[in-house]
Design a binder for this molecule. Structure first.
Ligand code: NAD
Ligand code: RBV
Length: 498
């Protein structure tokens, strides 16, 4: 990681003279990235059809959009779609390990540029950022320059997990007199957030207030980010309209479930090459992500134990035939542990001390709060032995060891390349439609969390049918009347759960 940081600094120095601001690990990876992007485009029919539909009318013409979302090959197709729709973009990743450096390079170079003359989009992301670098790049992604070189913020945000939204809100509150930046920090992250806020305050005392005035809204990708938004709304601390992309059916019931079902195994295999068949997997949480992970392990031939706090989800897991019990009662059996709760302290240091030798421990939830990695790192009786990037062995006093993936951060994105393109096409079609929705309806929206209308959700599903050789049955007029459905109305009421 240190080596990469040094290399990135050198790259940055070279780049100061270039027209297109960016900071990536290695711009010469652009050709490889472009080939991967071209392959992904073939698997992302929703995004490509939206591009076709809107490339002429450009509904996001000259709109400044900042993104904070994993800088992967799939995200590259999202960024370039927003660009075709007319947007001016700056992008950072939402995780220190999830960037695919070749994708970042290709987006910067763009389809008409070259490594020496990049003409794509400003990206500030590389795999293996430090926390300090991460927050600096998030700030970069939010910092446009106007024609006179004056700092200006975005008009729309694409967020994943809420870090960009948090920065804008905390910055605004600082300028309105909040003293939060002067309080004692509970974590390194908090310290870094305060550092970048103070840095910006020193440079420009009105930046966030101007930004807040111009900002038309945010579309949020993931469960944890959406939870943050609803909390802010409840506390009356949400100052912009927000679209909850996660709870579109075509997002969470596909990405969180089918996406994780494939990418959790990808992450574990690339990191450890372990055989899953015959092992016991412990899945903490049985929401959309947990359901996908449990299914993946079972289909590979593992026994699966699920832990849940919600009686409905626990009952669902039991009815699927999984053993359901608290993680404490699985420690003598588990070979692979995956957290999927979006909560904190799910696997504690005490749990890891009691696990079987060579147990693999990883997280699929958005933040690194689920496994007590800090406590593990700080325990003087535990020895850390790095195996390779994003894979570490921890040896305990009694001689047993565990293998921790991606330092407790998203294992599918840290140890592999996240979800496959097809499922991300559904998620990201929701993102593009949400951005157009926020822009076009700006005068009608208030600082509330919105869901996209169900008709649009159905439309996104429709855009993806042909690619999987699915053709719809068409309702007859008589059948439609029998069900009480009107033309141009969704097939299901809002209360339907799929
Ligand atoms: P969800 O709310 O559907 O599921 C979480 C489940 O965890 C709930 O059923 C909840 O009852 C349970 N839970 C909470 N505390 C628990 C505890 N102490 N022990 C056991 N279970 C507990 O959320 P989701 O959509 O499944 O998302 C889960 C997390 O994964 C979020 O952080 C989300 O942002 C993230 N996510 C990651 C990916 C990825 O690519 N890795 C994809 C989608 C979502
Ligand atoms: N996710 N993105 C990818 N390949 O770009 N894979 C997963 C990718 C998103 C997913 O939508 C989830 O909600 C979010 O990452 C969690 O941060």
């Amino acid at each position: 990681m240190k080596k990469q940081t040094k290399q990135t600094k050198q790259t940055k120095q070279k780049q100061t003279k270039q027209k297109l601001p960016h900071r990536v690990a290695d711009i010469s990876l652009a050709q490889l990235g472009r080939k991967e992007i071209q392959a992904a485009e073939k698997e992302m029919p929703g995004l490509m059809k939206i591009r076709d539909q809107h490339k002429k009318n450009k509904p996001l013409r000259n709109v400044r959009i900042s993104g904070s979302l994993h800088m992967t090959v799939q995200t590259a197709v999202l960024i370039e779609t927003l660009s075709v729709l007319g947007a001016k973009l700056r992008w950072a990743s939402c995780n220190i390990y999830s960037t695919q450096d070749e994708a970042a390079a290709a987006v910067v170079v763009g389809q008409k540029g070259s490594s020496k003359d990049p003409r794509g989009v400003s990206v500030f992301a590389w795999k293996g950022e430090t926390i300090r670098e991460y927050w600096s790049q998030t700030l970069e992604a939010l910092s446009f320059l106007d024609a006179k070189g004056k700092l200006e913020g975005p008009e729309l945000i694409v967020d994943d997990g809420g870090d960009a939204t948090l920065l804008v809100h905390k910055g605004y509150e600082l300028e309105q007199g909040s003293s939060w930046v002067k309080t004692t920090s509970q974590s390194e992250e908090e310290k870094e957030i305060k550092r970048v806020l103070l840095q910006r305050y020193k440079e420009d005392k009105g930046f966030w207030t101007r930004t807040m005035k111009q900002l038309k809204g945010v579309s949020e990708e993931t469960t944890t980010g959406v939870q943050r938004l609803y909390q802010m709304e409840k506390e009356k601390k949400l100052y912009i309209p927000a679209v909850n992309v996660n709870d579109s059916v075509t997002k969470s019931k596909f990405d969180n479930y089918y996406g994780c079902k494939e990418s959790v195994v990808d992450g574990i295999k690339r990191a450890t090459d372990t055989m899953i068949a015959g092992k016991t997997a412990v899945v903490c949480g049985f929401g959309d992500v947990g359901k996908g992970c449990a299914k993946a392990f079972r289909s590979q031939g593992a026994r699966v134990i699920v832990s849940e706090v919600d009686p409905i989800c626990a009952l669902q897991a039991a009815m699927e035939g999984y053993s359901v019990r608290p993680v404490e009662k699985a420690l003598s059996e588990g070979d692979i542990y995956v957290t999927t709760t979006g909560n904190c302290d799910i696997i504690t240091l005490a749990h890891m001390k009691k696990m079987k030798d060579q147990a693999i421990v990883c997280n699929m939830g958005h933040f690194d709060t689920e496994i007590q990695v800090d406590a593990l790192d700080k325990d003087p009786s535990v020895v850390k032995e790095p195996i390779k990037a994003q894979v570490d062995r921890y040896v305990f006093k009694d001689g047993h060891a565990i293998i921790l993936l991606a330092s407790g951060r998203l294992a599918n994105l840290g140890c592999a390349t996240g979800h496959s393109s097809f499922v991300m096409s559904m998620s990201f079609s929701n993102q593009v439609i949400a951005q157009i929705y926020l822009w076009e309806k700006q005068k009608k929206l208030s600082p509330t969390v919105y869901l996209l209308p169900k008709l649009l959700d159905e439309e996104i599903a429709r855009l993806h049918l042909e690619h999987v050789h699915a053709s719809l049955t068409v309702l007859s007029k008589k059948q439609r009347d029998y069900l009480g459905l009107k033309q141009n109305h969704p097939f299901k009421p809002d209360r339907y759960r799929y």
